[in-house]
Design a protein around this ligand. Structure first.
Ligand SMILES: Nc1ncnc2c1ncn2[C@@H]1O[C@H](COP(=O)(O)OP(=O)(O)OP(=O)(O)O)[C@@H](O)[C@H]1O
Length: 744
C-alpha cells in the first residue's frame, strides 16, 4: 500500500499545484481546499450524499478525525488495516507525521455512510450552529469548523464547475467510438446515481471487493486500477448478486413472538368505527345503556364506543331472544351403513357446534366492556323472553284447568327440585384473582340496573363462601373465576356447565399458554350446550394463533387496526445505566428517575403513581427495599402479599397530594412488581412506568407499557439498559413506537 507522503509527493508533481493524483480521484476534480484528504473524500460526495439522503449539491461539513475516518481516505492514506473506530484512527494518525498533516489541513470532509449515521446528530447540530454564525473573512486558526465554513461558497462554485465539466466529458465520451475503461462513468440522472450509490464498496459482498483489489490493474495504478476493478466487479455482480433486502428490526425478529396481522384485517375496524359512532346505534336494551352510563363509565357525559367496542359489540350482540336450536347430538348424527356422516365431530378441532370469536385490541382500549355489554344484553333478552313464555304457559294451563275443574280438586304440589341450581349461563375465565375482582366488580356495577346475578370465584374466598355463591338459593347468571378454581369445581360437578351458553377467555394468550392450557382446555368441553366461545387478548402470540387455527379453524377474528402497536402518546426513554452518574448501579438510576418524577410539575395536586416492572420475583424485594431506604413510598407485589388491596390504590381514583414540597417524594406511590400486575389490570391513574429490566419479549413490552397511556391518556415510560441488556432490541422497539407501527 502506498504511503500518504508518497501520494502527496506524487500529486504535487502534476502541474506544480497541490493537485491530487489523477489515480486518486474518480471524478478527476481539483478540490477548492487543495487538501489531498479532502480530494479523496470529495470524489465520494455523490455516493454519500445519496446514502445519507441529502439533496444533490448539499455539503456535509464535518471536522477533525471523525471526518477523516473515511474508508477510502484510510486506504489511500497508507493504513494497513481499517481502524475500527475514530479513536483507533486518531491513534494511528498521531503516530504518522504525514497523516497528521493531512488531517489537520482544512477540508470539507465527507463521512462514510456508516460513520455518518453514528454522528449525524452531532453533525446536524454543528451545522445548524455554524449556519447561525457570521461567516469569518479570514482563517483565524481557531479550528477546523471555521475554516470549513469559509470554504463553503468556493465549494459551490467548484461543484458547479465540476458538474459542467463532467457533462462535457460525457458528451465527448458518447461521441467516441470505443471509450477507454477509465472514461467510463455512470450516466447522469437520478437512476444512475442510485445505482452508483447502491454499489459503495461496503455494500458489495466481501468476495467481490477482494476480487476488485486483486485485479492486475490495481497493482499498476493504485487508484484507477481499483476503480476499474471495482467497476468490473460491479458489472459482474449486477448479474449474479442482487442486494439482499434490508433487514429492518433484526433484533425484534430474533425475539419475534407476535403473530402478524394483515392490513386487510385491520381495515375492518375503520369501517366499523364509522358505522357505530355511538352506543345507541348498537340497539342495546334501555337498561343496558342506562347501566353503562350510570355505573360502568361513572357518569361520563360523552359516551362513545372505542374502536374495539364498535367492532365487537354488533358481532356478539344476539337480538334474537330465543336461544338457537341446538345441533343434534353426535350419536344421532352417526350415519347408517353406507351413508356418509352429515357432520363429522369425531376429529378434534375439525368442527364445533359453537361459534368462536377472537377479540384482539391494544391495551387499555376497553375490551372488557366490548364482551360484557353484549353478553349481559343477550342474557337479559333471553331471560325476559323466557319469563314471558312461562307466564303465557301458566295462563294457558290455568285456563284449561279452570274449564275442567271439579268442586273438590286441589292444586298439584309445587315442584321443589330446581334443575337450574348452580348452573350459570356464562362463565368468564381470567388468569389472576386480581382480575377476577376487577371484572367481577364491573359486572356487579352493571347488574345493579340490568338486574342479573353475577358472582366471583377465586382463591380470595373460602370454600363456604364459594359454595353459597354458586349453589345457594339463587343461581348466578354469570360467574367470573380463575381456570384453577372453575376447573376444580366443574370437575366435581360436571353438570354445572350444562346450561352455559357463553364462555369468555380473557387474556387468552395467557390462558392458552403451557401453564394454563390444560385447565382451560378441560373446562370448555364440559359446556355441552355452548353457543359462543369468546377469546380476548391484547396480544396474539404465534403459539395462540397456531392453537386457534388448529383447534377452532372457523374462528371469527375481530382485530383492531392498532393491535400490537404501543400508542405514540406513550413516550419511551432509554436510560443507559452503565454511563455516568450510575455506572451500572440500576437501583440508583431507578431512584433518580423517581426523584425527577416526584419533582416535575405533572399531575398537579395529586399523588403520583409509578409502576416499576422487574423480570424476576427476587428483584422486587431488593428494589423495594432500596427505594424505601431512599425515602420513597414503595410497595412490592408478590404471590404472598395482599395484592388486591395494594392494586386498589393504583386502579382507583387518585387522592389529593400533600402540597408541601418535602412531602412530595413520600406522597408518590411506587409499585414494584413482576408481570403479575402487567396483564389486564386497569391502572388508569398511572402515568409513569419504569421498566427496570428489559422485557424478554415484545408481548411483555406491550403489556408492561400498556399500564400507562390507557384509554387515550398520555403516559411516560423509562427503560433501563445495562451491559447485559439487548440494547439493539430496545432501540428497535423505540423506533417502532415512534413510527406508530406494530411490534413483531
Ligand atoms: N367507551 C369508553 N369510554 C370511556 N372509557 C371507557 C370506554 N370503554 C372502556 N372504558 C374504560 O377504559 C378503561 C380500560 O378498559 P379495559 O380494562 O377494558 O381495557 P382492556 O382493553 O381490557 O385493557 P388490557 O388489555 O390492559 O386488559 C377502563 O377504566 C374502562 O372503564
Amino acid at each position: 500500500m502506498r504511503s500518504a507522503s508518497a501520494l502527496v509527493r506524487r500529486s504535487r508533481q502534476s502541474n506544480g499545484v497541490s493537485r491530487p493524483s489523477q489515480l486518486l480521484l474518480p471524478s478527476q476534480t481539483l478540490s477548492p481546499s487543495g487538501s489531498v484528504l479532502h480530494d479523496i473524500c470529495y470524489s465520494c460526495l455523490a455516493k454519500l450524499r445519496f446514502a445519507q439522503g441529502r439533496p444533490h449539491g448539499s455539503h456535509v461539513p464535518v471536522a477533525g478525525y471523525a471526518a477523516a475516518f473515511h474508508s477510502s481516505a484510510i486506504s489511500y492514506a497508507g493504513m494497513r488495516t481499517k481502524p475500527k473506530s475514530v479513536k483507533n484512527f486518531r491513534k494511528a494518525v498521531e503516530g504518522n507525521r504525514a497523516l497528521k498533516e493531512l488531517v489537520q489541513k482544512p477540508s470539507r470532509m465527507v463521512l462514510s455512510a456508516k460513520v455518518g449515521r453514528g454522528i449525524s446528530a452531532v453533525r446536524d447540530k454543528k451545522t445548524r450552529l455554524e449556519d447561525r454564525r457570521p461567516e469569518p473573512a479570514i482563517d483565524t486558526g481557531g479550528g477546523m469548523n471555521r475554516r470549513v465554513f469559509k470554504l463553503r461558497s468556493d465549494d459551490k462554485q467548484q461543484y458547479s464547475r465540476d458538474l459542467e465539466r463532467r457533462r462535457r466529458e460525457q458528451k465527448e465520451t458518447a461521441s467516441r467510438p470505443s471509450p477507454s475503461p477509465f472514461e467510463q462513468r455512470p450516466a447522469a440522472g437520478p437512476r444512475a446515481e442510485r445505482s452508483f450509490a447502491g454499489k459503495l464498496p461496503q455494500d458489495r459482498p466481501k468476495s467481490d471487493r477482494r476480487a476488485a483489489a486483486a485485479a492486475p490493474e490495481a497493482n499498476n495504478y493504485a487508484g484507477a486500477g481499483r476503480r476499474l476493478a471495482s467497476r468490473q466487479a460491479d458489472a459482474d455482480s449486477d448479474k449474479k448478486y442482487t442486494r439482499p433486502p434490508v433487514r429492518r428490526f433484526a433484533q425484534m425478529k430474533h425475539i419475534a413472538s407476535l403473530d402478524h396481522v394483515s392490513s386487510k384485517t385491520r381495515e375492518v375496524t375503520h369501517a366499523a368505527e364509522e358505522r357505530f359512532g355511538f352506543f345507541e346505534t348498537f340497539d342495546l336494551l334501555p337498561q343496558t345503556l342506562e347501566a353503562l352510563q350510570k355505573d360502568a363509565l361513572d357518569g361520563l357525559e360523552n359516551m362513545t364506543p372505542t374502536p374495539v367496542q364498535s367492532l365487537v359489540i354488533p358481532q356478539l350482540l344476539d337480538k334474537n331472544p330465543a336461544p338457537p336450536l341446538r345441533p343434534l347430538p353426535s350419536h344421532l348424527l352417526k350415519p347408517k351403513r353406507g351413508q356418509s356422516p352429515a357432520v363429522d365431530n369425531s376429529q378434534e378441532g375439525s368442527r364445533h357446534s359453537f361459534e368462536t370469536y377472537l377479540i384482539a385490541a391494544e391495551t387499555g382500549s376497553g375490551k372488557t366492556l366490548s364482551y360484557v355489554l353484549p353478553l349481559m344484553d343477550t342474557l337479559k333478552r333471553r331471560e325476559v323472553h323466557q319469563k314471558e313464555q312461562e307466564a303465557l304457559k301458566e295462563q294457558q294451563m290455568a285456563e284449561v284447568l279452570q274449564s275442567k275443574r271439579w268442586m273438590f280438586d286441589i292444586d298439584s304440589p309445587p315442584v321443589t327440585q330446581d334443575t337450574s341450581i348452580g348452573k350459570p349461563f356464562a362463565v368468564i375465565l381470567v388468569p389472576t384473582s386480581e382480575l377476577v375482582f376487577q371484572v367481577g366488580t364491573l359486572l356487579k356495577k352493571l347488574s345493579y340496573i340490568i338486574k342479573m346475578r353475577t358472582e366471583m370465584v377465586s382463591k380470595d374466598f373460602t370454600g363456604k363462601v364459594i359454595r353459597e355463591r354458586l349453589f345457594g338459593r339463587k343461581t348466578p347468571d354469570i360467574i367470573v373465576g380463575t381456570p384453577f378454581m372453575i376447573d376444580r369445581i366443574t370437575e366435581a360437578n360436571p353438570q354445572m356447565l350444562h346450561r352455559t351458553s357463553h364462555i369468555i377467555v380473557d387474556e387468552a394468550d395467557s390462558l392458552f399458554d403451557r401453564s394454563f392450557s390444560p385447565l382451560t382446555g378441560a373446562i370448555i368441553p364440559r359446556a355441552v350446550n355452548l353457543e359462543k366461545l369468546i377469546l380476548c387478548s391484547a396480544t396474539i402470540p404465534k403459539s395462540l394463533d397456531t392453537y386457534i387455527r388448529r383447534k377452532y379453524p372457523e374462528c371469527h377474528r375481530l382485530v383492531t387496526a392498532n393491535l400490537h402497536a404501543i400508542p405514540r402518546r406513550v413516550q419511551l426513554q432509554v436510560i443507559e445505566a452503565e454511563r455516568d452518574p450510575y455506572r451500572g448501579n440500576k437501583p440508583l438510576a431507578c431512584a433518580h428517575i423517581l426523584g425527577n418524577i416526584a419533582k416535575d410539575s405533572t399531575e398537579p395536586g395529586y399523588k403520583k403513581r409509578v409502576v416499576v416492572f422487574v423480570n424476576e420475583r427476587e428483584t422486587t424485594a431488593e428494589v423495594t427495599a432500596y427505594l424505601q431506604e431512599k425515602g420513597f413510598d414503595a410497595v412490592e407485589i408478590n404471590r404472598d402479599s395482599d395484592s388486591r388491596s395494594i392494586l386498589e390504590s393504583f386502579t382507583g381514583e387518585k387522592e389529593a397530594a400533600e402540597e408541601t414540597e418535602e412531602e412530595r417524594r413520600g406522597a408518590m406511590k411506587v409499585l414494584v412488581t413482576t408481570d403479575l400486575a402487567s396483564r389486564g389490570v386497569d391502572t388508569k391513574t398511572v402515568k409513569n412506568v419504569i421498566l427496570y429490566d428489559v422485557p424478554y419479549t415484545s408481548i411483555d413490552f406491550i403489556h408492561r407499557l400498556g399500564r400507562t397511556g390507557r384509554m387515550g391518556r398520555r403516559g411516560r415510560a423509562w427503560v433501563l439498559v445495562d451491559k447485559d441488556s439487548n440494547q439493539e432490541y430496545v432501540k428497535e422497539v423505540r423506533k417502532t413506537m415512534f413510527l406508530g407501527q406494530a411490534l413483531i
